[in-house]
Design a protein around this ligand. Structure first.
Ligand code: AMP
Length: 146
């Protein structure tokens, strides 16, 4: 199974935030959409939304633990991870799982031909694997009993 198959079911909605938004605003978006990460995008008149970072619950936790800045006075660009790892939709689910495990990240934006076409979380990948195993199990049982 490939990331494109997951996106077919899940859809291509990616919640984004502007690098100049405040950390407070990012927290509001994370809570409103019930997600763990926002892709930070610069709005470019020519190319639309261009990813320039990612901010996740982990970044917010680290920020809060520092206790030296207020979330309403700090920009997303100061807290986000700038070097975003992304994947092509043609990548296999197993490959994406390996990347996430090695990099210790739980979110992978999916980019096709330079455009942001979706995002997969570790939860999406685990669900896809469980569905596959369940299906395999069903076929094996049917085969054994036939
Ligand atoms: P996560 O486990 O996804 O909450 O992220 C853990 C850390 O890795 C945070 O500092 C994130 O900003 C960063 N991170 C998450 N996903 C990515 C990604 N696709 N590319 C680069 N950094 C990421």
């Amino acid at each position: 199974m490939r990331l494109a198959d997951i996106l077919k079911n899940k859809g291509s909605v990616v919640y984004t935030v502007d690098p100049d938004a405040t950390v407070d605003q990012a927290i509001e978006e994370l809570v409103r959409h019930n997600v763990g990460a926002l892709v930070v995008c610069q709005r470019d008149l020519e190319h639309g939304e261009k990813p320039c970072g990612i901010i996740t619950e982990r970044d917010i936790l680290r920020f809060v633990a520092r206790k030296d800045r207020s979330p309403s006075d700090t920009k997303v660009s100061e807290v986000m991870t700038k070097n975003v790892f992304t994947c092509d939709p043609s990548r296999l689910v197993e490959e994406a799982m390996d990347i996430m495990t090695q990099l210790r990240i739980r979110h992978l934006p999916v980019i096709s031909e330079g455009k942001l076409v979706g995002i997969v979380s570790i939860g999406d990948l685990v669900k896809a694997e469980l569905d596959r195993l369940e299906m395999e199990n069903k076929f094996m049982r049917r085969y054994i009993h036939s």
